[in-house]
Design a protein around this ligand. Structure first.
Ligand SMILES: C[S@@+](CC[C@H](N)C(=O)[O-])C[C@H]1O[C@@H](n2cnc3c(N)ncnc32)[C@H](O)[C@@H]1O
Length: 263
């Protein structure tokens, strides 16, 4: 059995957008016939709304298929694999230690870190909600088995309030999670993740850290340094490291950055 890490673009989203484009297009075709003799403002208004809706939905469907193919573990580009393996390189665990992957999804990063640190353990936490319906705890566990990895465990939880004591883990990591969390400053889940990291532990956190989402990340880094954190760096990954600038723009991943360091 081969591991199946699914895709960051859910298949349901693609099917929904394709079906929506078809339905809107059919509605437009019907409206063109039915409003033929209607007063001009009604005819133009109805057809313009349906025409614009069809075009927008079609564009979104086209984008989702493109993104799906770029991210796919089975495609040519395999960008997800490149990103996951790139982050895992920074997750270093001592023998007998334990690391945490926040928002582990299908377990890809948890398992990649567990493979690189066979003498340590990795815990993956995720809320496994409706928006990523193909990801689940069972999927993470079956992916671990498929990879022949037995130093992982997975628990349900919320990145905003991690159910772990301060300083529980020897390393913490996360990939493309916090930008999904609505209604909070994205620095909040970052601080929550660092709360559960031991003094001396390493962190490697990757996300779209654009100013609009995260605020001033350089100031955040300065605060961590003042608190005594070491080797804290922001590494842009949308400029060749994990993707080209063009890919970043097309996939709406501009601002992708890796925050690394030691507590
Ligand atoms: C784009 S996926 C990334 C999954 C995984 N990190 C990877 O790299 O394959 C985002 C993940 O974040 C999880 N997530 C979003 N908000 C969360 C929260 N508040 N607490 C825990 N997990 C969350 C989602 O359930 C989803 O699995």
């Amino acid at each position: 059995m081969k591991a199946d890490y699914k895709n960051w673009v859910p298949k349901g989203m693609i099917y929904g957008l394709v079906a929506g484009t078809g339905a809107l297009g059919a509605g437009l075709a019907a409206a063109l016939v039915l409003t033929k003799d209607a007063p001009a403002p009604v005819r133009i208004g109805v057809n313009a709304v349906l025409g614009l809706g069809t075009a927008a939905c079609g564009k979104a469907a086209q984008w989702s298929v493109y993104a799906y193919n770029q991210f796919s573990y089975n495609g040519k580009r395999r960008m997800s694999k490149q990103i996951i393996e790139g982050i895992a390189e920074y997750v270093i665990l001592p023998e007998g230690g334990t690391g945490l992957d926040v928002g582990c999804g299908s377990g890809a990063l948890t398992i990649a870190c567990a493979k690189r640190n066979p003498e340590a353990g990795m815990v993956g936490v995720d809320r496994w909600g409706k928006e990523y319906a193909s990801f689940s705890k069972q999927l993470c566990e079956s992916n671990s088995r498929a990879e022949g990895v037995d130093n992982t465990s997975f628990v349900q939880g919320d990145a905003i309030h991690l159910d772990f004591e301060d300083g529980t883990f020897d390393a913490v990591t996360s990939n493309y999670v916090y930008h999904n969390i609505a209604g909070v400053s994205k620095q909040e889940p970052l601080l929550e993740t660092l709360r559960v990291l031991k003094k001396g532990g390493t962190f490697a956190i990757h996300d779209i850290m654009s100013e609009g989402r995260y605020g001033d990340m350089q100031a955040f880094v300065d605060i961590l340094r003042k608190k005594g954190y070491e080797k804290v760096h922001l590494i842009p990954t949308d400029d060749g490291l994990f993707m080209t600038k063009t890919e970043g723009k097309r996939l709406m991943l501009t601002g992708s950055t890796l925050l690394v360091g030691r507590k």
